[in-house]
Design a protein around this ligand. Structure first.
Ligand SMILES: [Zn+2]
Ligand SMILES: [Zn+2]
Length: 443
């Protein structure tokens, strides 16, 4: 069964933390270092070329992240967290050199270049043949898959990827500088689209002038005592106060870039869905989860409500299921046993009950990102033995459902999302939108 993975970070650790590994090594990790521990371990690469091939990954979004300052990576005070911190601090000179001297936009361009170079130089160590292809359209994706290659496309996670500066460390607000006009951001979006950017996650951990986020500057689901769910204090701005919110959603629709609403606040998600609907474009939530009956699965605004599931179904959108146990079940968070696939099946059954089908479901692993992968499907090589086998074991899922979740749903929806609109046929609804303001407008 082919897998369409809507969200992963195959090159993130190479780019920031392991940039001494030359790009001509492609996607092959150095085996000595490749020990995928729980949580974020900088020396492991889950999405190695070998594992992508073994898991029969057909398509994969490679997401650029520009880490915001003060994102607290290691709040747990366990030995392994201290060990990870030690490793990071050893590698920090490599990582921070880039972070301090380059702007978020330059880092974004740099990482997209690095993805392209690694893909171009990647070879199967046995046969010497290429295994991966960088694709810029659905046509290219289909051609790559026909040739037996893994089709990889660029995504960015967070509107802050387009900025010229990091947020103010005191206020945690991104500030607009002279020249940071919508025209500049719009031009950058076009430039990135021409380089193959096919998916934009509008928000990440901080509010920007793009679309408000829901997680309030902490990693999701963590608090200072590491037990209680993070207190949700609401976004510091609302969709209509983020000057570029509607503009960026519309620009993505026009450019044929999929709008990804994961990490956006519920209010922003709803408004962005309405905007996409106005333009007959789908939306996706690339690596998400659901709140479940009476919020029993995940009582956090990151998770989708039943109303949102129905809305996604109505507009033929997608929910990529994240492969992280704590997102699918708050109750199972931090437990010793981290088998997540049974919980994933509960999520799938809930979506089927609410929407009457599995058409909105897909996979968004978030491998090699900051989330903690589930033990029973912890890297792409386990897609077939872990994920597909679990889906096949669920009596309520028919073959069509499983094929849909693994491949067909994402293929169908992305074909619509990647359609570029001709300038003449695209009618903007921004006429009534207030002109973009300064950063203080959204405080
Ligand atoms: Zn994310
Ligand atoms: Zn991610």
């Amino acid at each position: 069964m082919k897998i369409f993975d809507l969200h992963a970070h195959p090159v993130l650790k190479y780019f920031y933390l392991q940039d001494r590994i030359p790009e001509n090594r492609g996607f092959d990790a150095i085996p000595l270092f490749n020990i995928p521990l729980r949580s974020f371990y900088p020396l492991s690469i889950r999405c190695s070329g070998q594992r992508l091939v073994k898991g029969r990954v057909g398509a994969l979004a490679s997401a650029v992240v520009v880490p915001e300052p003060r994102v607290r990576l290691f709040q747990r005070k366990t030995l392994s967290a201290w060990f990870q911190r030690l490793i990071i601090s050893r590698l920090a000179p490599t990582a921070t050199r880039g972070l301090s001297s380059e702007t978020p936009y330059q880092l974004t361009l740099g990482m997209m270049n690095s993805v392209a170079s690694r893909i171009a130089s990647d070879r199967d160590p046995g046969s010497g043949k290429p295994r991966l292809a960088l694709i810029k359209s659905m046509n290219e994706l289909d051609l790559a898959v026909d040739r037996g290659l893994v089709a990889i496309y660029h995504a960015i996670e967070g509107g802050n990827c387009l900025y010229d500066a990091f947020p103010d460390p005191e206020t945690l607000l991104f500030t607009l500088h002279e020249g940071d006009t919508w025209d500049v951001f719009r031009e950058r979006l076009s430039t990135l689209r021409n380089l193959g950017l096919m998916q934009v996650t509008t928000s990440h951990y901080f509010d920007t002038h793009f679309v408000p986020q829901c997680e309030n500057t902490q990693l999701p689901f963590k608090s200072s005592d590491d037990r209680a769910p993070m207190r949700y204090q609401g976004s510091c701005c609302l969709f209509h106060q983020a000057p570029f919110a509607r503009l960026v959603v519309e620009a993505c629709c026009q450019e044929g870039i999929a709008v990804d609403l994961v990490h956006a606040s519920p209010e922003a998600r709803w408004r962005a869905m309405e905007t996409c609907k106005d333009h007959d474009r789908p939306v996706i939530v690339s690596h998400g989860c659901v709140r479940g009956p009476d919020d029993a699965f995940q009582p956090h605004p990151y998770a989708l409500s039943d109303q949102e599931l129905l809305k996604l179904h109505e507009m033929d959108g997608l929910l990529g299921l994240i492969l992280s146990t704590c997102r699918h079940s708050y109750e199972h968070r931090g437990k010793k046993s981290d088998r997540g696939l049974p919980l994933l099946l509960e999520t799938i059954k809930h979506v089927k009950k609410i929407t009457g089908s599995t058409r909105i479901l897909a996979i968004g692993s978030d491998f090699d990102g900051l989330s903690d992968p589930m033990d029973d499907c912890s890297d792409p090589s386990e897609f077939q033995d872990g994920l597909v086998e679990a889906l096949e074991s669920e009596p309520s899922l028919k073959y069509d459902d499983i094929e849909g979740i693994c491949w067909n749903n994402a293929h169908r929806v992305m074909a619509r999302a990647w359609r570029r609109a001709g300038a003449s046929s695209f009618h903007s609804t921004t006429a009534d939108h207030p002109s973009p303001g300064r950063a203080s407008d959204i405080a």
